[in-house]
Design a protein around this ligand. Structure first.
Ligand SMILES: [Zn+2]
Length: 426
């Protein structure tokens, strides 16, 4: 790529074997190179989505505006029981389409049939950490552990794990997984050197119940069962108190905050980011699933993160634009897998942002990106040296849309234009 704007300077960049091979003002194409003329587009690092349930694109707009438990029990869980791997594959491909369009290169995923998600990630060209899920609150411990191990076997057999797809374990939450199984997950993760993803302290009720049942708060409990490690990703963390934040900082897990999903599901509080930062907690940003956000455009989550933090602290300086950008690009939480910088030898994961985008015309770039821009400013997305979106075009996008629609219809989910209220919008 030539004529890209990096830190105010016109540069060329050559990628080779998935890595940045050359970067600088004099770098040009060699014979046989696939050449992009960036024509003054802005070169930046891509975003990292630290928590999602990608295949839930199929559930987007289904049962919105219901309280959390009614939404799960009446809408989501009955359909999830009928899910097949092909549903998960096409739902994840649809999510990848949206994330590539909005400048996300890597995501951390928790969902059923993870081998199908992994295949989708591989085919879409993105990076992801997929997870063998576990829920055993219904007493089916033996069966669900066997299913988790089978998912790990399927992921190994599919040979999808490697350079771009990592495998992890995902016990859903402390209230849906038994204490025994949380300990078991900690053992399996340690034996196989796997990361663990878990929802933690999303609602106040979870804290109240944990205190009642276990006599301690959620992070203390998770530490006691062996799951507070530098390989753990904790999603939400809304209701963590000072002691828990200090504990998490000392044990090394990442907290991924999902401000949009938290607001939409009305969890009643805001992740205590300034306190987490002063304690030294590593922090990332997630969309959560498209069933509860409903967008996978991490640019909007970035803006909401900054705004809710300022609002909650009653301090417009509580978090600044550059810090927000660093959180959204994974640079405040190395476990999430971001490259430390755009430089020679690092993975060729990068974005070109439209040179003529009105949102990026004036002012400081971090402020423009966090407060003014949306994913629509992304023109080109490159992951591991492969051009996944070129000037707004993603190869195979129409097929992905059509196949995802077929799968959604099979599950009894309808596209927005078929909904009962569509004619009331005109
Ligand atoms: Zn979630």
């Amino acid at each position: 790529m030539t004529d890209a704007l990096l830190a105010g300077e016109r540069v060329g960049l050559r990628a080779d074997n998935g890595l940045i091979a050359e970067l600088g003002p004099d770098v040009g194409p060699r014979p046989g190179d696939d050449h992009i003329d960036a024509a003054g587009a802005i070169l930046v690092a891509p975003l990292i989505n630290g928590h999602t349930h990608a295949a839930m694109t199929l559930f987007r707009g289904y049962g919105d505006d219901l309280p959390l438990m009614r939404w799960l029990q009446e809408k989501i869980w009955p359909v999830e029981r009928r899910l097949e791997p092909e549903d998960v594959y096409w739902g994840t491909r649809l999510a990848c389409l949206e994330m590539i369009r909005n400048g996300t290169a890597r995501f951390w995923d928790m969902y059923w049939h993870p081998a199908a998600s992994a295949r989708a990630v591989q085919d879409a060209g993105m990076r992801a950490t997929v997870a063998a899920p576990l829920i055993d609150v219904d007493g089916r411990t033996k069966e669900m552990r066997a299913a988790a191990l089978q998912s790990l076997d399927e992921l190994a057999a599919a040979e999808v794990a490697g350079e771009r797809v990592d495998v992890s374990l995902a016990p859903h939450a402390i209230y849906t997984v038994s204490e025994d199984s949380l300990r078991w997950i900690a053992e399996v993760a340690s034996e196989r050197d796997l990361a663990v993803q878990i929802h933690l302290s999303e609602t106040e009720q979870e804290v109240i119940d944990c205190l009642a049942v276990h006599g301690e708060r959620p992070a203390r409990y998770l530490d006691r069962v062996g799951l507070l490690t530098p390989r753990t990703v904790l999603s939400h963390g809304v209701w963590l108190d000072d002691d828990e934040l200090e504990l998490i900082a000392s044990k090394g897990p990442v907290v991924v905050t999902n401000p949009v999903a938290n607001l939409k599901l009305a969890v009643g509080a805001v992740f205590r980011y300034p306190r987490a930062r002063s304690a030294g907690v590593q922090v990332g940003l997630g969309t959560d699933g498209p069933g509860s956000n409903n967008s996978l455009d991490l640019f909007s989550d970035m803006k909401v993160l900054a705004l809710v933090q300022k609002h909650a602290a009653q301090d417009a300086a509580a978090i600044d634009a550059l810090e927000t950008w660093e959180i959204a690009t994974g640079r405040r939480a190395p476990l999430l897998g971001a490259a430390p910088a755009l430089e020679v030898g690092q993975p060729a994961d990068l974005l070109l942002l439209r040179a003529g985008a009105p949102e990026l015309s004036f002012g400081e770039l971090p402020a423009a990106l966090v407060y003014a821009a949306s994913g629509a400013v992304v023109q080109t997305t490159v992951v591991a040296g492969r051009v996944l979106m070129r000037d707004g075009e993603i190869e195979g996008a129409n097929e992905v849309l059509a196949r995802a629609l077929e799968r959604a219809r099979r599950l009894g989910l309808s596209p927005p234009l078929a909904s009962a209220h569509a004619d009331e919008l005109a």
